[in-house]
Design a protein around this ligand. Sequence first.
Ligand code: HEM
Length: 307
Amino acid sequence: MPKLPSLKIPDAVVPPPLRKPPKPGSKGVPKGEAPSDLKTETPPAKTHGDRVLDQAKEAPADVLAWVDTRMGGSGFLTGMLYRKVPKGTNWFYTLGSATLFAFIVQAVTGVFLAMFYTPSATQAYASISHINNEVPLGALVHGMHKWGSSVMVILIFLHMGRTFFFGAYKYPRELNWVIGVVLLILTMTMAFTGYLLPFDQRSFWASVVGININGTGPVVGPYLSDFLRAGPELGATTLSRFYAIHMLLLPGAIIALIGAHMYLVVKLGTTAPPWTKAEKPRVAAPVAQLDAGVEGNGASPNGGSRS
Ligand code: HEM
């Protein structure tokens, strides 16, 4: 193969500490003298203003250090951000984080919508019209929340598919799978309860259908639909109930469960893709064999993180 010519990086783009100093006798450096940037010069004395500025620059790091000394959170963060991941990790492994991001977007946009939304049967529709037509950026935030809910549902299914097809539900991650299933149910319930909130014809009748479908479930079905309807017919009490579930109950439960889910991901590590080979456990060779020059297989004693 022909050898590619080596590229010379121009000095101007190399940061000064990394630049190669010119040889004595070249580029204006007199023979027998060190280049000017290698000479040690006494730095000029700092003024009071410089010292205050330096302290101000250090302030954020000082505050973080103060908090960390009392909370010890840096150990957890370092463990989480610098944890080892198995070989072969690919883009499919980002689906969980993408779902998390979608949830955060829903939470943030939801807070702003709640500032202008009125959960009353007579005013809900008007408040949504007000958000869409009069509140600055209201249509954008409402649109992000509405489309974001579908994005989150799609992502959560893709993430579940990834964990299923990569065998990540097996020992020791069964509990994380179960937590995931509960998160899936809660996310679907979020989407269902949020759909009624604009209280227009479509959301009203879609919720009637949804509540009736719930009522067909075995044993608990009728109780569940009664609980959701909060009365004999879908109306003002249903809207209040859906709003409370959508705004308070479900976000709290989802945040707590995502916390447990993430804790287990960090504690147990990530599953390697099924097509990567597990390392064989190292077998200690008897001393006699070592003396004779026969060695073990050199594999990691942990045997990788595949389940
Ligand atoms: C709000 C919903 C969810 C969020 C925010 C979330 C987030 C995450 C993240 C960030 C990871 C680590 C990175 C990755 O493997 O993608 C992960 C791993 C995992 N998730 Fe989820 N997840 C959610 C729902 C689910 C669901 C519905 C299931 C299955 C029913 C599930 C099962 C798992 C499992 C088994 C792992 C471990 C994967 C491994 O070890 O390779 N998660 N999740």
